[in-house]
Design a protein around this ligand. Structure first.
Ligand code: ATP
Ligand code: MG
Length: 251
């Protein structure tokens, strides 16, 4: 009775070791990759390539259509944004403002999309990972120290906010400002802000707008807003309505 069981043992051991052999085979490239990431994290910020900030944006799209839909959300889009311009995007709910942002991110196919290599996006409904606020912010820049994270939070209207706080325990307005701080930290040439002040009271929204203006003075900023006061401070106002996009004013 004992013999067959003993005979089976080497087979079982071999099966147990097989995944280990595969793991050992992958160990060397894995270690090389880990070393590369560690080297990148250790690299001082000054030696990293400067972000490409001074580029304009060009978007040409006869139709912008969401996958799985029959009708285009927007038609005849022809947008040119000079470097350093702050654009306010206004228009009724459901008119296609977030669709325009999606096209600028390259999520929807367009005939022409020329824009800075790096784009940061604070979505209308931001998603935070369920770790600390600090970890959520560091997604934009793993090199950022706590002082830099705190400065970004202050610019986004959350001065003194606890970096150790759990991201799942923040309010909707706080989540939006954390997403905004993350977009500020990314040092992107194009910054897309989809209603960043929608959940905020008037004075807080004003402070947040001032923070955005200062932190992003040299970037192309596309800022979707329902607040006329915010649109009034932009260089260009673009209205999305009736299935189309048109510039309302130019500085
Ligand atoms: N992910 C998606 N998939 C399919 N259709 C979408 C998607 N997002 C938006 N749409 C459709 O595109 C059209 C424009 O919506 P969009 O979200 O761009 O409007 P909006 O101007 O941003 O509205 P709001 O002010 O309410 O945010 C709507 O008909 C909407 O149903
Ligand atoms: Mg929207």
């Amino acid at each position: 009775m004992l013999v067959p069981i003993v005979a089976l043992v080497p087979l079982a051991v071999a099966e147990a070791l097989l995944p280990l052999t595969a793991a050992v085979t992958h160990l060397r490239p894995l270690r090389a990759a880990v070393d590369r990431v560690a080297a990148l994290r250790a690299e001082p910020a000054a030696e990293r390539p400067a972000p490409q900030l001074c580029t304009g944006v060009r978007l040409i799209a006869p139709e912008l259509r969401w996958p799985g839909t029959t009708a285009p959300a927007l038609r005849g889009v022809d947008l040119r944004i000079p470097p350093g311009t702050h654009v306010a995007v206004v228009g009724p709910s459901g008119s296609g403002k977030s669709t325009l942002v999606a096209a600028l991110l390259g999520f929807l196919p367009a005939d022409v999309l020329a824009r800075p290599a790096t784009a940061a996006w604070a979505p209308q409904d931001p998603v935070l990972v369920s770790t600390s606020v600090r970890e959520n912010l560091r997604m934009a820049d793993p090199h950022a120290d706590d002082a830099r994270l705190a400065a970004a939070l202050a610019a986004a209207g959350l001065p003194g906010f606890d970096l150790d706080a759990l991201a799942t325990a923040v309010s909707g307005g706080e989540a939006q400002r954390i997403a905004l701080a993350r977009a500020l930290l990314a040092e992107a040439g194009l910054v897309l802000l989809d209603e960043p002040t929608a959940h905020l009271d008037e004075p807080t929204a004003r402070a947040v707008l001032a923070g955005i203006k200062e932190a992003l003075a040299d970037r192309v900023v596309v800022h979707v807003t329902h607040r006329p006061a915010e649109a009034a401070t932009a260089d260009v106002v673009v209205e999305v309505t009736g299935g189309g996009v048109r510039a309302l004013s130019r500085a």
